[in-house]
Design a protein around this ligand. Structure first.
Ligand code: HEC
Ligand code: HEC
Ligand code: HEC
Length: 457
């Protein structure tokens, strides 16, 4: 028999490399397969839903409408299906929103009940398979841009309530553009392996030793609200890294900040009512206002939840272990001087101040506190205290992108009014004047952030 030693050298190397690759593959598989799930940090003993006394799933007890369609709508809002399945200016749920990925563009499909171009012909079983397993009708594997690895925790009852709501909408005839992904990412069947590793394919089981409110919060945050999809960093295979759960990451060109219990760089120092206000209204007095993707989450989803559900989310967030974001300073609390002549070093690019005076000071004032419209106060906002200035640049380029601005003042877009160098100058001026540490964004950084929009226009 031929042993490794008496093989020709070249073959020996091939065998070694192959064996090495196989071992590495198995180790990686083992490591990924045993990686912590979203509830791992909490410890505790999961019990079957039927054996649990509280009501962690379904609509909350302070939601009074008994109509099943209204209940389905509530759950669809808590899951924010509309945000991804609507293109700008398009009919809600009719799809066509483009998702830019490093591998090309993917479009969300029409999920109105049109039988030809939407999901009107889908059975309950088809719909459950898509939402829980990421498998479309006819076995088509879906990409995890559709957060089914979170929705897999939803009960069958809740998924079917969402379906009943979607089927109550007027059918819209609309075909989303075909996705334009490069090889090998255009091979949908590969998602079979992704799912085997990263979709827990498991329904929510409450933890017996946690309160009913905590369990409701867990269901809202992990299953419906899929907060981790934006706030948890990802590994190389685009799966959530729960060892750094909710410690923040850049998503869709914006930075979704650390929402762990760390007092300096997370939300540990926020009061319960401050956190609840931010989630329910997109603004909390000393912490600033939600913009970009978070403004959408607030407007389309969290602002529609009952006070009881917002309270449950706060309770759950409080239990997330603190992780420190080492690149973030503690937030500055004192206002800037009222005089435009003071407050920033003289070495700053003078274009920053000139643009701020012309375009910004009327709403944001020279102190950074707007006594008439608290939403426009910049002092205390995390984005202004982030020396990478990612969200400051995005807010200036694109405005706050709020879908449901209703009579209130909002942040307009200045991306078309100024070139990249000017945007960099005003962003650096804002962080220097109002933040804990000045940013040094360059023209090139702004160019990259302009390209890093979430959605294909
Ligand atoms: C973060 C964005 C996002 C959210 C939130 C989202 N979806 Fe999707 N969904 C997508 C994308 C993108 C696809 C297409 C995936 C693909 O082509 O592989 C998709 C696909 C689907 C499909 C498959 C349709 C088909 O024709 O194959 C269904 C059904 C669906 N989503 C329903 C829902 C429901 C119900 C919700 C809310 C509970 C929801 N989606 C929330 C992005 C999202
Ligand atoms: C689509 C992506 C996305 C989703 C989903 C999302 N967030 Fe956010 N979140 C962001 C971004 C981006 C910011 C920063 C907004 C800004 O700077 O104005 C943010 C900011 C926040 C903040 C303020 C942090 C700070 O220090 O200012 C809190 C709290 C928060 N999110 C909680 C949540 C919770 C709870 C959920 C789930 C119910 C959630 N987010 C879901 C993207 C998201
Ligand atoms: C019409 C009033 C108005 C003008 C003009 C305006 N802003 Fe804003 N800005 C707002 C409001 C209101 C918000 C809070 C988000 C929202 O609700 O739209 C905001 C938010 C911001 C944020 C915070 C984003 C975040 O996520 O925390 C920054 C930074 C900002 N503006 C900078 C600027 C700069 C720089 C200019 C000038 C180039 C400017 N704004 C012009 C009203 C304005």
């Amino acid at each position: 028999m031929m042993t490794l030693m008496n093989m020709p050298a070249a073959i020996r190397w091939v065998v070694r490399i192959f064996a090495g690759a196989l071992a590495l593959g198995l180790i990686t598989f083992g490591w990924y397969a045993t990686r912590p799930g979203p509830f791992a940090f909490a410890g505790g003993r999961p019990v079957a839903l039927a054996n649990y006394a509280g009501h962690p799933t379904g609509t909350p007890q302070d939601f009074k409408e008994a109509d099943p369609i209204a209940r389905g709508r509530y759950l669809a809002q808590a899951a924010d299906c509309e945000a991804c399945h609507t293109r700008p200016g398009g009919v809600p749920f009719a799809g066509g929103l483009g998702f830019k990925t490093p591998f090309g563009t993917l479009y969300s499909p029409n999920i109105t009940p049109d039988t030809r171009t939407g999901i009107g012909a889908w059975s309950d079983a088809d719909f459950l398979k898509a939402v829980h397993e990421g498998i479309g009708r006819g076995g088509k594997r879906l990409y995890p841009a559709f957060p089914y690895a979170s929705y897999t925790y939803l009960t069958d009852e809740d998924v079917l309530a969402i379906k009943a709501f979607l089927f109550s909408l007027p059918p819209v005839e609309s075909v989303a553009p075909a996705s334009e992904l490069t090889f090998p990412y255009n091979q949908r069947w590969l998602m079979k392996f992704w799912s085997a590793l990263f979709n827990p394919q498991r329904r929510f089981a409450p933890l017996a030793d946690h309160s009913a409110e905590w369990n409701r919060g867990a269901y809202l945050v992990e299953a419906l609200g899929h907060c981790g999809d934006c706030h948890t960093p990802r590994n190389r295979l685009q799966a959530l890294d729960n060892t750094n759960k909710f410690s923040g990451t850049v998503i869709e060109g914006w930075r979704a900040y650390n929402i762990t219990a760390d007092p300096a760089t997370g939300v540990g120092a926020w009061s319960d009512s401050g956190l609840a206000d931010y989630l329910a209204r997109g603004h909390a007095a000393p912490h600033g206002t939600a913009s970009g993707p978070m403004a959408q989450v607030v407007d389309l989803s969290l602002s529609r939840l009952t006070p009881g559900d917002i309270g449950a989310i706060v309770t759950y967030l409080r239990s997330i272990p603190a992780v420190v974001s080492t690149d973030l300073p503690a937030v500055r609390r004192e206002a800037a001087p009222a005089s435009a002549a003071q407050g920033v070093p003289a070495t700053l690019d003078p274009r920053g101040k000139a643009i701020y005076a012309g375009d910004c000071a009327s709403c944001h004032t020279w102190t950074g506190v707007n006594p008439l419209e608290a939403r426009a106060s910049l002092i205390g906002s995390r984005s202004v205290n982030d020396p990478s200035a990612v969200n400051v640049v995005q807010a200036i380029l694109r405005g706050s992108q709020r879908p449901a601005v209703s009579g209130t003042m909002f942040m307009p877009a200045f991306g078309a009014a100024h070139n990249d160098g000017e945007i960099a100058a005003v962003a650096n001026y804002v962080t220097a004047r109002f933040g804990a540490r000045a940013s040094s964004v360059s023209e090139t950084d702004v160019r990259a952030l302009r390209a890093a929009s979430a959605h294909a226009e």
